[in-house]
Design a protein around this ligand. Sequence first.
Ligand code: SF4
Length: 497
Amino acid sequence: MNRSISKTNFLDFLFCSKNLWLKLNKPELLEQFTLSDYEQHLVEEGNEVESFARNLFPGGIEVKSYGDEACQETTRLMATGVPSIFQATFIVDGFQVRSDVLTHTETGGWNLYEIKGTSAIHESGGDRNHIDDLAFQASVLRRAGVRVEKCYVVHLNNEYVRSGELVVEELFTTEDVTEKVTARMSAVEDQMEVAREYLAKDTEPTGGCECIYKGRSGHCTTFRYSNPQIPEYSVHDLSRIGLSKKKLQTMVEGKMFDLADVSEDIELSDTQKNQILVHHRGKPIIDTDAIRAELEGLAFPLYFLDYETFSPAIPLFNGYRPFDKIPFQFSLHILHDADSEPEHVEYLHMEQTDPSEAVVKMLMEYILPEGTIVAWNKSFEMDVHKKLAARLPEYRPFLERTIAMFYDLKDIFHKQYYVHPEFRGSVSIKKVLPALVPSLQYKELGIHGGAQASDAWWTMLSAAPMERDMIANDLKTYCKLDTYAMYAIWKYLQGII
Ligand code: SF4
């Protein structure tokens, strides 16, 4: 096969050569090859950041064509003496580059800028390696006869707090990484040759799939294709097994793939042992005394609270930094005593303005000084309150009081007081709820997770009225289920103690 290797493909190759070969040659295997709404949002956000960062380079001109035409346009622009070129394109020796920004220097050379929608430089981690990314580009430019003087990464400044109009020079940080890129150049060029040879193969490369030594969350979508001998529920699903590489390696090399095959000699954590035990027995482990002690510590009213947030790379409102969470929605089920039905209140912000004050005012109406705020993974909700307190000092006393009222219902499962075979080592509410209260499910909802909710809110704000109502309804149903689920789990646990 003869195709030029783009920098995205090269970085994918560094992450996993086999995965890239399959992606290019058997795309049907990559179930998630089509981007999810959330991934699509990340791509759009990356484009938005890049386009905003171009304001740092006044007078820059964009190459809008592709392929050979883009190369010719780049050559022409370089000859005209424009100060900066966006998307300058080069195809040399089977490698292809579209650079974010190329600026002309006083000595007739060129500086290379890579714009990243992150708040720090990544120097390792496969496809997110910004230094190797620049080394690949510098190598291709050098082959094309371009004298690259300096390499820079432009990334978001996480210290920047918006106050009025965005200040592009303060929102971004530009780091000179020339030395780091130079130090990586030879290794990257060696890898480029390896990639060229590997990707030219017409037949599927043989050889193992290294992810067999990683926990489930580290696997790509072709893992099952490359490892048909591994059962759908395997030792790779053991809780936090990805952090115990040696243990997993021993099990894999001993062909202990099924949970039933794990030998007693393997030193596992209590959580992992419990996961195997409940799988064998087919019924849960329940420590009723411990659960009782936890639940008896909660004071009524119980406020089951959940937020949905949106974290834009470029701060939308005053007081926000890049990626700060905008709490655009909450759901609150209030249980006044053990025998009553919960009362439900909710808030969904429908405008492109800062929802902070409206959210706090509504919470103040319903959350009294006494009682317990029940959350699932409370650090998330507590962080929302801390940030609200920082942005709205006039409400700080109330918000600080609420921070002291939080209880994490997940703790009961995290501490192993209740372990169900269907949790499969997870303590996510999406696993716990259907195992304990099968009549309640997330599967049928229009929105299934926080990332999707976040994206839906942003889409809703600019949608036509009918779509807007539909999305608002989906968001309310999803967030309401999150808090009702906590209530239902609490009630279920009350029933067994
Ligand atoms: S599962 Fe891992 S090693 Fe296997 S192809 Fe995917 S990324 Fe590569």
